[in-house]
Design a protein around this ligand. Sequence first.
Ligand code: ASP
Length: 326
Amino acid sequence: MRDASILVLATGGTIAGQAGSATRRDYRPGQIDIADFLASFAELGLPARLTGRQVANIDSANIGPEIWRELHSGIDAAIADPRCDGIIITHGTDTAEETAFLLDLTLPTAKPVVLVGAMRPADAVGSDGLRNFANAVQVAADPDAGGRGVLLVMGDQVLAARDARKARTSGSNAFEGFPRGAVALATPASLDWLQPPWRLGEAARYAFPTEFSEVPILHAYAGQGADSVTRLVEAGAKGIVLAGLGEGNAPDAVRAALADAAAAGIVVVRATRVDEGLVDREPADDSNGFVAARALGPAKARILLQVLIANGITEPQLVQQAFNRR
Ligand code: ASP
């Protein structure tokens, strides 16, 4: 069998970061270019032919619509190209969940598409980048990785984009999956799928947004007033994601202001500021015109809402259906 042919789209982050010292704390992400990065893999004898393309070389805090659009069109073309077997995106971990989920919603599932990052720069003691990338190659080279949507490889775990979130600020096991945990375990020498593909042969669920509309995240807190909502409405929000208390709650005044916003046509989604757990629909959601984020945290709920608005889906019942999908 021939080696898999894999396109690597590089965007920067800590996986391409350097500190200039093995112990310094103030490293810079996005320093190593993709040609040099891939050269360091030549001697590992990975079972794949890797072709690199530099899309950006930045901290993922600065990634947004422009780079997302470039990634989307590059991957879409690679999926259609019979010479390409899989795609890897190297990415900073801070916003990896947003990029992974946006691509998951807007690409077909025909071929493996894998995001990978690192928590420690390339020249740090115990750097995880080399290993995470070797694991990502295992995944991207496996045809069985298709039909699972976009995947995120970190710390020997493979997570589905819809489930993945950054749950810890440091350490090589920074990511968690909810409601599914890891869908596979990967090492540079092995790959074990823990469940069958769940999206085989699926076309892109939504068109890639031509415009990303204003959808702020409103963080809930004790003592919060209605003005926190009116400010967002006056600033032209098309949707609001509540990072609510507990199961998507907020003080009464905030709730009332959000119901007014929903009545005025702004799509309001209740998520939670709690690290993990479902926000299910409650009876009052019908009269308030709210949508429950279910298993999606605020950052991913915001991405889905932007995609839905761009696709003309703003009616709360239809928005709810999209949030209910696996
Ligand atoms: N600030 C970095 C980034 O997201 C952190 C990382 O990659 O781990 O680009």
